[in-house]
Design a protein around this ligand. Structure first.
Ligand code: BEZ
Length: 180
C-alpha cells in the first residue's frame, strides 16, 4: 500500500520528492498557524523566524495537498523530509479527505510541531507575527518570501485561510513601507 502525506505548508509548493499522485485535500479539526519558530530555515538560533504548524481546532478544516508516495520510495522520501523538517516536527496519523472525489477518506500522515518542541513560539497578534517575519532570514531565505509563497500556493488550490491572509497582507504592507 502506498502512503499518503498531507502537506499544508512548504510541501504545498515545494515537495521536492518523487510522488505518484498529488491531490487537493482537507483534514478536519486542524488550523494552520504561524506558531512554530524556525531556527534552521527561515531564521537562526536567537533570532527565529515563524513558519506554519497545525493546531487542534474542532470546527476547522485545513485545505492543502496530499501526495501519494510509493512503498519503494517511502524510506528515502521520509528520510529526506525527516532531515529537512527536523526543526521540531514529527509525524502524526490523520484522516485525509478528497473533496473532488466525493469526499473519499484515506489514512495518511502530517508533519506537526506542538508546544512541547524547543522551537515552539505559540500565539501572538497578527501584527507581531508579521513584524517578526519581516525581520527574519535563515539558510533557506527570507521569512517574508516563505509567507508570500505559501499565500500564493494556497490561493492556487482554492484554500481560503484567514490566518495566512491576515499575516501575508500585513507582511506585504510592511515590505512596501520599508521599500518606500
Ligand atoms: C507541510 O507543508 O506539510 C509541512 C510543514 C512543516 C513541516 C513539514 C511539513
Amino acid at each position: 500500500m502506498n502512503t499518503w502525506l498531507f502537506g499544508y505548508g512548504s510541501l504545498v509548493w515545494r515537495p521536492n520528492f518523487p510522488y505518484l499522485k498529488r491531490r487537493i485535500a482537507t483534514i478536519d479539526g486542524w488550523s494552520r498557524r504561524f506558531w512554530q519558530g524556525s531556527t534552521d530555515h527561515r531564521g537562526v538560533p536567537g533570532a527565529p523566524g515563524r513558519v506554519v504548524t497545525l493546531v487542534k481546532d474542532r470546527r476547522a478544516v485545513c485545505r492543502g495537498c496530499a501526495y501519494s508516495i510509493e512503498d519503494v520510495a517511502r524510506e528515502t522520501v521520509f528520510g529526506y523530509l525527516d532531515i529537512r523538517e527536523k526543526g521540531g516536527y514529527s509525524l502524526e496519523e490523520v484522516d485525509i479527505t478528497f473533496p473532488d472525489e466525493g469526499g473519499k477518506v484515506v489514512k495518511g500522515l502530517i508533519y506537526i510541531a506542538g508546544p512541547e518542541n524547543p522551537d515552539w513560539l505559540g500565539d501572538a497578534s497578527l501584527d507581531d507575527i508579521a513584524h517578526q517575519i519581516c525581520l527574519s532570514r535563515g539558510p533557506s531565505g527570507a521569512n517574508d518570501q516563505y509567507v508570500i509563497e505559501l499565500a500564493r500556493a494556497l490561493d492556487e488550490i482554492g484554500a481560503e485561510d484567514e490566518h495566512v491572509l491576515g499575516v501575508s497582507n500585513r507582511v506585504l504592507g510592511l515590505s512596501s513601507t520599508n521599500q518606500a
